[in-house]
Design a protein. Structure first.
Length: 223
């Protein structure tokens, strides 16, 4: 009986030892697997994080937008600068033209008490439609081409259209190839005596304009 108990006790201890060894081996195996998984997560996990992968794209997008905005601002500024330059150029051209007009026009006083002022300017001739052979002879008939072209020259000098112009007389001037035109505006409040001259092969050109207080009927005195 004693021998059987001893065998049973030995067998029991062996079985417990074997089970303990088996459990320990299993725990070690599980622990090793978990350790490998943990190390793998530590080593390779950073590459799989989506948040870190977005940041460079966001920065690139911001930089791209900033570049586009700067380009648009520069383009808009260039347009503004170009518009300003064009306006300045146009203004300078207008000023130059105005200055040229002022330089070519002179205003003089007259010894004639009836003359308010004398205006002289480098007017261009009104192009003639006449075919002239030899020296031109001025015709003062109101149905001639001479009369029509002299009226055009008077209009150019006084800024009065033919419709608003009252013609007192167009006759001979003080020199050959010159004519004198005495006109008023339609309500006869402003009066002008215009000296015209014939420019060979070109036409009639205003020489001077005398602004008068009253119509000077000088031709009546000559008669």
């Amino acid at each position: 009986m004693s021998n059987e108990n001893e065998r049973y006790s030995r067998s029991s201890r062996f079985e417990k030892k074997r089970r303990g060894t088996k459990l320990m081996s299993w725990l070690i195996g599980v622990g090793s697997i978990m350790l490998i998984v943990f190390i793998s997560l530590m080593v390779f996990g950073g590459e799989d994080q989506p948040g870190k992968a977005v940041e460079p794209d966001s920065e690139s997008k911001v930089e791209e937008n900033t570049t586009v905005d700067d380009s648009e601002d520069e383009s808009a500024q260039e347009d503004v600068d170009q518009t300003t330059n064009d306006e300045n150029k146009s203004g300078n051209e207008s000023t130059d033209k105005s200055n040229n007009d002022e330089e070519t026009m002179t205003v003089e006083e007259s010894s004639d008490e009836n003359v308010i002022r004398i205006i002289k300017k480098d007017w261009e001739p009104v192009p003639t439609e006449q075919e002239i052979q030899g020296q031109h002879q001025i015709k003062y008939d109101d149905e001639t081409q001479d009369w029509e072209e002299m009226l055009q020259a008077v209009t150019k000098a006084t800024d009065l259209s033919k419709e608003e112009m009252y013609i007192w007389r167009i006759g001979r001037g003080n020199q050959p190839q010159q004519a004198l035109a005495t006109v008023s505006d339609s309500d006869k409040t402003n009066h002008y005596r215009v000296t015209l001259e014939w420019v060979e092969k070109e036409g009639y050109r205003p020489v001077q304009v005398e602004e008068m207080k009253e119509v000077d009927r000088y031709w009546e005195d000559a008669e």
